[in-house]
Design a protein around this ligand. Structure first.
Ligand SMILES: O=C(O)CCC(=O)C(=O)O
Length: 242
């Protein structure tokens, strides 16, 4: 299940994020996303707060969840050129974090992205609207067979088994996005991304939200995220693989 929301994060917030990430933008790494993207927000709580505020103006998560928190947030800059990410579900990566799944991803485009630049690939028949997304999120669905990836560059070590992936990929299409668009997908949604065959980096990031009571670890809860005073540094003792 996934949904695409347009014009969610403002141009100003995107500029602020890209300015803070200048030193990472032109890195050329043979990885799904540049290594430092994973820890980027651990020392930039205020920036995360600003981005979250834009996202939550559309999502209104306090109304939809009991006690929301951010589990993790990564910059997902894919070098130009950079490799495709193979199909996988996120749930196998998150089994250690929670028993009952409440986590989902808000994938944020920080620039326009098409299929030549590392677009997300998703199944069009699993597209829902925002209301349907949140009414369906509580139901546990099937974890499909996964196996270890030989390449494993950039943290995606667990991918859907080849035959399962091939079948699913018949119905997966690249989702074109503009800067500021957000794609929400749940932990069971098979997804992948295309190769970035352009010479420019693919600028994206994600915030993974979940219920505080369900997650064994999390980055920051909403009380802290919404408060006026907190330090720049976040401590994430147990960040999941991706
Ligand atoms: O950003 C991408 O290209 C893929 C992201 C992804 O697969 C994930 O965050 O689980």
């Amino acid at each position: 299940m996934w949904t695409k929301l347009t014009n969610v994060v403002s141009t100003k917030t995107i500029e602020q994020t890209l300015n803070a990430a200048r030193s990472l933008i032109d890195l050329s790494e043979d990885r799904h996303f540049v290594r430092e993207g994973k820890n980027f927000f651990d020392t930039r709580a205020k920036l995360l707060k600003t981005i979250h505020k834009d996202v939550d103006t559309t999502l209104n998560l306090r109304k939809r969840m009991k006690d929301p928190a951010v589990n993790h947030s990564f910059l997902l800059f894919k070098s130009g050129p950079g490799p495709a990410t193979k199909p996988h579900q996120d749930r196998p990566y998150w089994l250690k974090v929670e028993d009952k799944c409440t986590m989902f991803t808000a994938w944020i485009a920080l620039g326009p992205i098409d299929e030549t630049q590392g677009a997300l690939r998703l199944n069009l028949s699993n597209e829902v609207n925002l209301e349907e997304f949140f009414s369906g999120i509580a139901s546990e669905r099937e974890i499909l067979p996964h196996s270890k990836d030989q390449y494993a560059g950039g943290g995606f070590t667990t991918i859907l088994e080849e035959q399962v992936a091939a079948k699913l990929e018949e119905n997966m299409v690249p989702i074109k996005v503009d800067a500021g668009d957000v794609v929400l997908f749940d932990a069971f949604e098979p997804h992948s991304s295309t190769q970035n065959s352009s010479p420019s980096p693919r600028l994206a990031m994600k915030i993974v939200y979940g219920e505080k009571w369900s997650m064994k670890t999390y980055l920051i809860d909403f009380n802290k995220l919404e408060s006026e005073t907190f330090g720049a540094k976040l401590f994430n003792a147990l960040s999941p693989g991706h």
